[in-house]
Design a protein around this ligand. Sequence first.
Ligand code: AHR
Length: 491
Amino acid sequence: MRKLNMVIHAKDRKSHISPEIYGHFSEHLGRCIYNGIYVGTDSKIPNKNGIRTDVLEAFRQIHMPVLRWPGGCFADEYHWMDGIGEKTERRKMINTNWGAVTEDNSFGTHEFFELCEEIGCAPYLAVNLGSGTVREMAEWIEYITCDGDSPMANLRRKNGREKPWKLKYVGIGNESWGCGGSMRPEYYADEYRRYQSFCKNFSGNELYKIACGPNGGDFDWTDKLMANLNEYHTKAISLHYYTIPTNNWNAKGSALDFDEEEYYSTIFNTLYMDELIEQHCAVMSRHDHAHKIGLIVDEWGCWYDVEPGTHPGFLYQQNTMRDAIVAACNLNIFNHHSDRVVMANLAQAVNVLQALILTEGEKMVKTPTYHVFDLYQGHHDGELVYSFCEESMVGKTNRIPMISHSASVKDHVLTVTIANCAIDDEAEIFCAVNGMRAESADVRLLTGDCHAHNDFDFPERVTIRPHSAVLSADGFTVKIPPCSVVLLTLR
Ligand code: AHR
């Protein structure tokens, strides 16, 4: 057991935590959309207009604030007109990025916007800059948002939707440095400037335009891109960073079968997110002194080798308490950077990479990662406050701080989230809370061996349970088992 001191200044407000930091991502990849989110109206699996009701309910429970779609790499080969109108007449295509399977386009614009309406979340559209045209993109925006007598608005009406939808977030190109067109930053910046000029605000709708930012530590991309952007045509740039235990894309490591060293290398690699954000923000600040342009981490999470026996192009992987620790650490990092990080989107929502939800036929399980998003809901729209924990390192080769934490205040309620990243050491934390005298503490815990996971036979092996803390005049004391995430809600 390690005894550690922590301190929170409940009145020292740092920045506003956008709920969109708790956002998600759904791509036409493997079983994310088809069979994961969308089963079609003829399915025996309970659904609402083809959308699985169990998945819908799970998304609602965590108050999913925003959902990115249709990719990923898929976005830059997606032609939206193929996904509207009578389903039987929709043009099919080959999903060249993900398994070369036939995409029948039965899930398209109407289905996505209906999904977002049902969840109650904001849609985030990734538009095709790589293989699409400016006109195609402009017409998509008109189709979605125009209320007037226009060709695209009338086409939407013909397809059954009278009123336009609201659309705020528009990402122009995905990974334009890679699958989105292998562009150089100068070239992409010019293309971005051209495309964004034709993203129009129809009928009172206001777009929030997002440029394709860097891959991991590519600071040169950020520098050259930012040199060509301004606050008038760009609200944010994106960042993609995936956690790979081995640092080797050809043998990334297994989701379930890993040793202590690989556990720590995973957490070590995930904590690099903090440095990445700091450094990219420093580069951004050189061009944008007033910090008008935000950073959106619109793809993050663990990427392992696919589950043995599954389609290599479908990126299906299991999800353990190790992933829960990864999620907790990243969300704490985003909270700490909420002055610049305005949105983040976990990759991906269902059946792909570090998924919230896994499905098999009519069965569904919530992963440990899902439960972390559930635990962290108190931070949505909160004000980040100062928190500090004394450092205590764990791990042999890859040394990491034992504790990851963040704290926020909303409506006089203090939300504190703490992860104990140690694989086998319990932590006893005494936390002094200044600026607030808590009368009660509701404490919840997610814990388990680092390999613990939920599957279709044991869907509740890892789940949130009540926990306790001792309140005192100065703050609280809480014991946190190894490999755990704890939420304290102090009133
Ligand atoms: O999330 C899987 C893929 O990872 C996305 O399609 C792409 O943007 C990234 O390389």
